[in-house]
Design a protein around this ligand. Structure first.
Ligand SMILES: Cc1cc2nc3c(=O)[nH]c(=O)nc-3n(C[C@H](O)[C@H](O)[C@H](O)COP(=O)(O)O)c2cc1C
Length: 218
């Protein structure tokens, strides 16, 4: 759905550029204004329609699609282009189910939910992101990296959920240490958060947002 949306936008842009080589329009609108008024904006549409997904179909996201998502991630703006992140992609069920067993042992109630499959909101693919605590903007870099991944994924019909809870567990539970070690982050990097990815199996409604937090300062 979303990829065809991009194709449509590309056709419209090409069409729009061609039209802009023609003489000025009668109603004095610029071509850009005319195109913007008539057509939805793919980026805004993707941002506004995205929701956190917590139910997924079992198959993992193909590595080819993940490559596109990761490429979009690392093209995020980042302080001084230091790229102060490290990224680990896990789609191996042994890893995901193994760490989930450790989680279940510590949180037996979690597994009582009949829809519970794993500690990453049941997703088949998880991206772990580590930051450099020695650089004061590293967490910002990692956040922007993640949002690029989340939005590019959604534009291709892939759902996601940004996750802090599981990482808090992995960073603090001694029984989870072998899994943290397996992620193999470099010395000096610390696991910050993870993002679950998968083919959505639900269409949650938007949660309300408050505009009261926004103020223009004159
Ligand atoms: C830093 C961060 C940590 C989050 N941690 C969790 C989490 O541990 N579990 C979870 O289900 N969702 C988690 N979320 C997802 C939020 O609950 C979700 O983004 C928020 O409720 C707004 O809903 P929406 O994403 O559908 O717009 C997290 C989101 C962020 C940005």
């Amino acid at each position: 759905m979303h990829s065809s949306f991009f194709k449509t936008l590309a056709i419209l842009c090409i069409g729009g550029l061609t039209a802009c080589t023609q003489p000025a329009q009668q109603d004095n609108k610029t071509c850009q204004e005319a195109v913007q008024e008539e057509q939805p904006n793919a980026v805004i549409e993707t941002i506004m329609s995205r929701r956190s997904i917590r139910k997924y179909k079992p198959e993992p996201v193909s590595r080819e699609t993940m490559e596109t998502i990761l490429e979009c991630g690392i093209n995020a703006p980042n302080g001084m282009n230091k790229q102060s992140w490290e990224i680990r992609v896990v789609d191996n069920p042994d890893f995901i189910n193994g760490i989930t067993e450790v989680y279940k042992k510590a949180n037996p109630k979690a597994a009582e939910d009949p829809s519970f499959k794993n500690m990453f909101r049941n997703a088949p693919t998880v991206v772990f992101i580590a930051h450099d605590p020695g650089y004061d903007c590293s967490q910002i870099d990692c956040g922007l990296l993640g949002e690029n991944m989340i939005l590019s994924a959604w534009s291709m019909g892939i759902g996601s959920c940004c996750l802090g809870g599981p990482v808090r567990f992995i960073n603090t539970n001694p029984d989870a240490a072998p899994y943290l070690q397996k992620l193999g982050f470099s010395e000096g990097y610390r696991l910050l958060y993870c993002i679950a990815f998968g083919h959505p199996d639900e269409t949650p409604a938007a949660k309300p947002r408050s505009k009261e937090k926004i103020k223009y300062v004159e």
